[in-house]
Write a protein that binds this ligand. Sequence first.
Ligand SMILES: [Zn+2]
Ligand SMILES: [Zn+2]
Length: 326
Amino acid sequence: MPNIKNIPADCPSPHRPIKYLYWPTDPLPLKIVTISKDKLSDFIDRSVPPKGKACDRAYFGLDLVMILSIADSSASFYNATEEKYALKEVFETIDENSCPLSFNFHMHTVHSDGQLEPEILLKQAIDIGLKGMAITDHHTIGGYAIVRRLLDSWEGNLQESQSQGKLYTFYPQAHQRNSQNNSQNNVKIPRLWTGVEITAEIIGIKVHILGYAFDPEATSMQPYLQGKEPVGSDYQAIRVISAIQEAAGLAVLAHPERYRRSAEKLIPEAAHLGIDGVETYYAYQNPKPWSPSPKQTKTVRKLAETYGLLQTCGTDTHGSNLLLRR
Ligand SMILES: [Zn+2]
Ligand SMILES: [Zn+2]
């Protein structure tokens, strides 16, 4: 057990540590549960974030910890949960070299304000050799759904593809099973997660929140998948973040240095509201070739570490080339 005696006086609200907890052997059925302190040691290794802060550990000092999750044990939720943990593992490996050649978690199609047809986007992603990606159109998963259907049909036709002399394999399995086989006929398909970019308000200003790995059928997400900005209370960042998390997804603050308030102001507030991550690696000045802006990266990375947030990357492609922003 970690030292649970000294809870630093400046620890933020107790909401943050809770979401790192999950049932160690069986995540289902999901419901609100309480755990006695003597059972907490079962959780510690898997529940403290990798760069756990004193505040995270301190919270385990309570006699009872409540785990908040969703009262839904449907099969689709189970898959969504798997998707989330797989993506979280990938996010934990992301650095300044991950995008745009290995991963890309911020791309737009013609289904919102981008220029790429989903099919063309997928072709480019495969040609680049992406291992994992998310299409993040504004307030719609129309582009995602087309690419998802394409991938599913390919996976179903794997035998056929093999017989035509090409072997299509899917990350991350491809990475493990076929690492020896780099022949031209071995086409690797990136792993695709659900994604969306949602406009929201935080400390009185408009920001963009990226949602990932959420269950697209979840009720909580429906107000945000209608092709237009949410209104009323749905527009508040806290509502957006909790809607994504209720759908078993991860919420990430997009391009934190592109707003009317600084990242220093916004990230602590977003962390307080329970955000999972920040888009640390982003090209603010549209450089060619794409590369994350050094100054902003440094600032955002430091804040992400301070608040124990996941860090992501993405090109925010709106044009016709996934290797560029515009
Ligand atoms: Zn944006
Ligand atoms: Zn965007």
